[in-house]
Write a new protein. Structure first.
Lengths: 278, 278
């Protein structure tokens, strides 16, 4: 019997790279295992990347996810600083990504979601303790990313406050439940925390997501809600863009709403005093 | 009079991108200033990227450098963990960089060097304090990257110790003074700290660098040394690769040395009990 490990490599919603064009990392217990696995996966994947052990294969996946988790946290940390300095971080990122080498754009948002990035890095943090080692970047990234829904709540509160309203009793529509644009995946989605935090403060929260006509109860949530129609946005004290699905007409949403809190830069290019960007 | 700011965008030693192909970010005090600057720079650069203010232009440069500083620190943090776990982090990075999206490879090393990455991020840390804001990623990155020469010293001490030698009195050759491969720039180079730390411990330190036949006194160093020839490597208790210049014949260096401490994975693919990788 042979044992190999080959980690998942996914980018949900990315249609630019076909599954079989994603190189497949395999690490076997011994060369024979690696060779067998490579032969098997070669039938599906154009490129197989053999590594020396299952541990190296797992660490590869972890590094890929830690890289994303840390870089998202980095821009999430810089976002509030830029806001205080009167600088639009999205303008900064768009300018930086014109650099033809040595830069990779990440964007701030309402928090991490999905089944990998918010979770996997902490497998390593946990394992590291057995080696008397503290993974400080992972811990800091976790702390900052986990705090983002609280930051969004704070921005909703500020924007309502400017209109002399409290969160308590305000009607709020959360746009987008999925953790990422144009997908129907709710796992670890920050929208769930954004909804929960607003409810705790006394807001009357609705949601809209074309990918979720209704949402019941899951491991992380107990919503029992139906996706609200978008035909009467003026009734809401605030509309909060948590997921920037591409099917939304953001210009129309801004026009019809009293207040739009935008956590995704979805309203880029739209000038309106109704928009509170965060 | 008009005022604009346009940050430097450099990659010393990178001959793949011509200077005029690096898009030029310009931020003017007012649209007229930006337009004038864009017109002027268009005579030199193929692409000019106008941003709304000088502050955005400066933050663009800072983000580019912070991104590098943080990502280098991230792999520098993971390197000792991988070593304890018996995993070759370079194998992990090489496997991870086969991912066709969402990953950008950075490599661990003996510490940061150059006139930008080790310095610029702290301009923002300092400025952030005026806004009651702490840039924790930059601080953590600084702490980890600054500690790397101490980590190298520790590895030299361990490797000598395995051979029942102390650092004190050992003859050590530092290979490479420049902060980066194939360039003649000494600014903020970690090799300077590596040399200093070894001397403090009582090592007799020499160096070799084809780009620096001799080195005198600078703001950060007072060496007054001459580049040692490579014709008698066996005389050194340890040869420490700090800068992986491509002119070095690493196989010959390993063959002729008693012990090689490799901080750059320059001896990749060479199997020898003389090599201590770090």
């Amino acid at each position: 019997m042979h044992v190999v490990f080959s980690p998942e490599r996914e980018d949900p919603g990315n249609d630019l790279v076909a599954r079989h064009d994603i190189p497949k990392v395999v690490g076997g217990c011994g060369p024979a295992a690696s060779e067998l696995a490579a032969a098997m996966y070669s039938a599906i994947f154009h490129t197989v990347v053999p590594v020396s052990t299952p541990a190296v294969a797992e660490m590869t996946k972890l590094l890929e996810n830690i890289y994303r988790c840390v870089n998202i946290a980095l821009v999430n940390e810089l976002k509030p600083l830029c806001m205080r300095m009167g600088i639009d971080i999205y303008e900064v990122i768009d300018a930086a990504k014109t650099k033809p080498f040595g830069f990779h754009a990440f964007y701030p948002g309402p928090g991490l979601g999905g089944h990998c990035i918010p979770i996997d890095p902490f497998y390593l943090s946990s394992k590291a303790k057995e080696f008397d080692f503290r993974t400080r970047f992972i811990e800091l990234a976790g702390e900052i990313n986990t705090a983002m829904p609280y930051f969004v709540l704070d921005r909703i509160g500020s924007a309502l406050n400017e209109r002399s309203k409290a969160i308590k009793g305000s009607k709020v529509l959360v746009l987008g439940l999925a953790y990422k644009r144009d997908i129907d995946d709710l796992r670890e989605s920050p929208s769930l925390t954004v909804i929960e935090l607003q409810r705790e403060k006394g807001a009357v929260v609705s949601y809209n997501d074309p990918y979720f006509p209704s949402v019941g109860r899951g491991r992380q949530y107990d919503l029992n809600m139906i996706s609200a129609p978008l035909d009467d946005l003026a009734q809401f004290d605030a509309v909060v863009i948590v997921t920037d699905h591409s099917t939304y007409d953001y210009r129309a949403i801004v026009e019809q709403s009293q207040l739009v809190v935008d956590t995704r830069n979805a309203t880029k290019g739209i000038q309106s005093p109704k928009i509170a960007r965060c």
